[in-house]
Design a protein around this ligand. Structure first.
Ligand code: ATP
Length: 641
């Protein structure tokens, strides 16, 4: 028997989580344990993201990793630093030739200087360009990877419904990854090139002014970095919260747009405005806290850089005042002062640039936490889904066994641990149309969720007719999802496979069947794409009827409907169900409407107390072997079993 959802060992999320730093089997990450500061967890998460970025996503390191753009960027940065060295020496060389009235030397220095300045300008532009390409590649790799992990069966649903701690996953994917890429782009150069430059300029500084110069500069840096690291810590958490508020505020406006009509009908604008203002207040408050905390950090940064410029003169004054250059002429001393000032200033500036990264590092830590949390939640879901107990006895193309759906002593609980159905046993065969009814909240839709593998069952065993696509089980929910695309796309949704072609004649025939022929006049052609307009072009009842076109197109063995006709007029409703009946699909239908009862053979009635009555004839057949396999566990537990 085939296991329902076995996480592949080469799945994208496994790639991400396979970092040796994280022993996910022994200690699955718990999203509840939030830590958003500049700490070991941040380094671990950043390490995982970097590993992913350098390793690539499809095995091709050069094409799908950041190795190539990163190497180009590093080479350009190194080249720029070499030219910067020569540019930095320009003043001292002018002091030397002008001080000794060397005309020939002057013209030589002038032309060489112009050349160096031109090269540094071109080099810096190319460096900026390559860093932007690098940021783009970081965004592409992370976004594609997270989309592959997130937009897949069951996962997206579970993240949205059950991981409330993962606020605004959409924002994390669309915005936070972009910001992470920008922050990483800003940081990568100072953090990678700077150490080598510091070694080089330290040696030069020592050479000109003795050991005291580098010693002063290093002490100055240590004091600056200790203060700034103390100031960064609280900012990371605040950046995280600000991003969360940003997402809430945006989502509020998205919802307002989505439910504009309902709000207008209920005259709820004033309340919505108050809510929007409140959400804005919260966001601005969070932003203000970040700004407040950044003030002392900015002050330290500025003080560090301005005091540094004076420090460079103090450093050169030591050998001069100590008489080391007493025998040199004034033009030589000017040259030495200029050269040494450049070296000390550059060394200090490099140290300052590390301090400057502190603010960016706090942003990076915030974004790293938000992206990593989503990855970790997906990993928890993947582990959880591996434990769903659903088997597939029937394989496509196997003529021996007849497809069926079997529940063996199944108990279903809601995420809040409320028991909705206990010990439910039934077997539904093809041609055995099932009507499920019962009071609101009794667990009818939950039963379908379990059948779809969206929810686990707390106890018992379910057998389904293979998970290979829409041909076996097709679900029609109450609110139809209209995809962005053409009418042809709507009808063949989800139309990924190559076998989803449909002719114009077939489309017309399906529209006629579902009494939607007029929709042809609403669209320019069957292939003209539309976006959100679909929801305006079609009424809710028409949207449900369009969903029936899909059902007739896919002709599934089992058509599972969750109040899929609730907005359709009674006459069309019974017309559509009769057509399904005739099409050969077996209906499993949740409905409050009893007018079409005569189309069904089996009636599953919920009483709202966890009990379920199955009436009619040919359904109950308990398989004792299957019962032996029943497991009892906490289905909502996030930990591995
Ligand atoms: N995401 C969730 N988190 C927590 N509890 C939930 C969730 N979804 C459903 N429930 C619980 O499960 C119960 C059953 O929900 P379900 O949607 O199955 O009811 P139903 O019988 O289909 O109701 P209706 O006739 O109104 O559609 C609800 O009353 C609610 O308490």
């Amino acid at each position: 028997m085939e296991q329902f959802q076995t996480a592949s060992s080469t799945s994208p999320i496994d790639d991400y989580m396979s970092d040796p730093l994280l022993d996910r089997q022994a200690h699955p990450p718990a999203p509840q344990e939030k830590s958003h500061s500049f700490d070991r967890l941040f380094l671990k998460r950043l390490g995982r993201l970097l590993r992913l970025l350098f390793k690539g996503t499809d095995g091709s390191i050069l094409k799908s990793s950041i190795l190539l753009p990163y190497s180009i960027f590093l080479l350009l940065s190194c080249a720029v630093e070499v030219i910067v060295w020569f540019v930095g020496l320009i003043p001292s060389r002018f002091y030397a030739v002008l001080g000794s009235l060397d005309v020939e030397g002057y013209w030589k220095v002038l032309f060489q200087s112009l050349g160096f300045v031109f090269l540094v300008a071109v080099g810096k532009s190319l460096q900026t360009f390559s860093s932007k390409v690098l940021a783009l590649q970081i965004r592409r790799i992370l976004t594609e990877h997270i989309q592959a992990c997130y937009i897949k069966p069951k996962t997206i649903y579970r993240v949205l419904l059950f991981h409330e701690d993962i606020d605004n996953p959409d924002q994390r994917i669309t915005q936070d990854i972009d910001r992470f890429a920008e922050a990483a782009r800003d940081i990568v150069e100072p953090l990678v090139i700077t150490p080598a430059l510091i070694v080089y300029y330290t040696w030069k500084c020592w050479d000109v002014g003795g050991y005291l110069g580098p010693l002063f500069i290093y002490m100055y840096f240590v004091v600056g970095s200790v203060i700034s690291s103390y100031l960064i810590k609280p900012i990371v958490e605040l950046v995280f919260r600000k991003e969360s508020c940003e997402g809430d505020f945006r989502y509020l406006h998205v919802r307002l747009r989505e439910y504009a009509e309902s709000v207008a009908f209920s005259r709820g604008e004033k309340e919505e405005q108050i809510r929007a203002d409140k959400s804005l207040d919260t966001l601005l408050g969070a932003q203000r806290k970040v700004i407040n905390r950044e003030l002392p950090l900015e002050a330290v940064k500025q003080i560090h850089s301005y005091f540094g410029s004076i420090l460079s003169y103090i450093i050169i004054s030591i050998p001069i005042l100590a008489g080391k250059y007493d025998t040199s002429d004034p033009s030589k001393i000017s040259e030495i002062i200029s050269k040494n000032t450049f070296i000390s200033m550059y060394l200090l500036w490099k140290f300052s640039s590390i301090i400057e990264q502190a603010t960016k590092l706090s942003d990076l830590a915030g974004y790293t936490a938000r992206i990593s949390e989503l990855f970790e939640a997906i990993n928890v879901i993947d582990n959880d889904l591996e434990n769903v107990e659903i088997d597939y006895p029937y394989q496509d193309g196997s003529p021996e066994s007849e497809p069926f759906i079997a529940f063996d002593k199944v108990t279903i609980t809601s995420p809040s641990k409320k028991t909705l159905i206990s010990d439910f046993t039934a077997r539904f065969y093809t041609g055995n149309h099932v009507l499920i009814s019962g009071p609101n909240g009794s667990g009818k839709s939950s039963m379908l969720r379990v059948m779809a593998g969206l929810w686990p069952c707390a106890k018992g065993h379910i057998q389904l007719p293979s998970n290979h696509g829409q041909k076996n089980m097709y679900f029609l929910p109450q609110s139809s999802y209209l995809t962005f695309g053409s009418l042809r796309d709507q009808i063949t949704y989800p139309n990924l496979a190559s076998n989803t072609e449909i002719s114009d004649e077939e489309i017309r025939s399906l529209l006629k069947k579902t009494r939607l022929s007029h929709v042809e006049d609403l669209v320019d052609s069957f292939d003209t794409p539309y976006g959100n307009e679909w929801y305006k072009m079609l009424s809710p009842g028409e949207q449900q009827r369009l969903a029936f076109c899909r059902a007739f197109y896919w002709k599934p063995t089992f058509l599972i409907m969750d109040e899929a006709t609730s907005a359709i007029d009674e006459n069309t409703q019974s017309h559509l169900l009769k057509l399904v009946h005739e099409s050969g699909s077996t209906m499993i239908c949740v409905s409050h409407n009893s007018s079409t009862r005569d189309l069904f053979d089996t009636f599953v009635t919920f009483n709202g107390n966890g009990e379920c009555r199955v009436s009619h004839s040919q359904d109950i057949d308990i398989n004792d072997d299957a019962l032996d396999k029943a497991v009892l566990r906490d289905p909502w537990s996030l930990s591995d079993e």
